[in-house]
Design a protein around this ligand. Sequence first.
Ligand SMILES: [Zn+2]
Length: 489
Amino acid sequence: MEARMSGYLVLARKYRSTTFDEVVGQEPIAQTLKNAISSGRVAHAYLFAGTRGVGKTTMARILAKALNCLSSDGPTLTPCNKCEACIAIGRGDDIDVAEIDGASNRGIEEIRQLRANAIFAPARCRFKIYYIDEVHQITREAFNALLKTLEEPPPHVKFIFATTETEKIPATILSRCQRFDFRNIPTRKIADHMQALCKAEGIEAEDDAVFRLARSANGSMRDGLSLLEQLLSSGHRVTDAEVVRILGVPPEERVGSMLNAIAQGDTPAALGELDSLLQGGVALNSVVGALGDSFRNLMLAAACGIDSEIIELSETQKTTLAPLTKKFSTPLLVGALGILAKLSYNIRGSSLARPLVEAAIVRLAEAEKFVDPQSLIQRLQDIADCADGPEAEKKKPVGRPTVATESAPRPQQIQSPAAPAAPAATEVPEVQAAQPPAVSRQPLSTTEKQKMHEDPVVREVLSLFGGEIIDIRRCETHPVAGPTDEPTQ
Ligand SMILES: [Zn+2]
């Protein structure tokens, strides 16, 4: 057991990419560096920018080996990974390749020492390479000292800076570096790498499980591998059930049935699902997160199709999601995301967290009972425009936005008094600038007038503001519509 444990602890290190061609997820950068080496145009200073665990240190070591490999007469695209220099650089302790942590060596003294040392020729390699990680942490005076070396670097010195916060680096330093932005690694690539690694270790791993792990790594290979190690320390197989348990996320099928209940307007069933998830030990914010993920995927599926690459789901998960895509209208999906975004913020540290989540579920399941505030504001504006008539319309600039958020009534105030205190969907798409409405003199039929009288929005406005209908006129631009602008299924 001891041996297995320690074996897993070095998983990330054991499978670190050792050549440009092995680098996962940063192929364009690897290619550019290869081009620089083969054309003999390697810069004096590089800046590797990107979030943690995306391969900055790995790339720096590969570049250092490519420049310094002893098995080759000069810089090479394919370092041997066998010579003393390659091995020491791979370990991060070569005498000519210094790996410096910017956070703990941030002062002027450390940088002065570095400068004094940089003057001397390398001990055995072609180049002296300084890799400073988290370089944004070093002090301003230290940056100034560093700048002097960057302005006139000795020909045998190369700098590689890495940072997660580029904006904290002085412009004078940035302008002397060739910059590479490391992207977050796509989930599919992390998953494939993890699966290959499991195979190499002789570990059986379910595809769904690996994909779920990869997704929770949020683009960081290191985070993904560390989750995998955590999982392997408790068993020899990687199953989806175990991943679900470790991550504390609600199982898909349960989220699926909650979404189904919401789609069918079955509020008791949706709330029942929430209750049983919470009873089962899933945290409230994980449920909200899972709902948010699902609504996002449904929205993307509605916009780009279920097979779009933007949707990061395993095949099994896509199969679960597919039937749900037909059950929600796009405006409802967009509105749901607004509600959930607000919800996840509001429940932090709130003693009413659970009631807020329940209210949101009620609001989603009974969406047709709630007037979408934005469309209500729009329609109020339309009514006002029509009431003003064509004379007033002429005085107004053409194409002005119909909704001025400053002067518009607050969405919360317009909501039905009977509505639970669910967060309103304020994050709805911007309202298009409207053409001035054309008022027709053609009188309305009795049926049309009746329809206006019965319109829930009109009735709501009348009850809220205590008004009465004096006259109804036809507005060609905004014909009589249904209860809300949301097509409901
Ligand atoms: Zn070598």
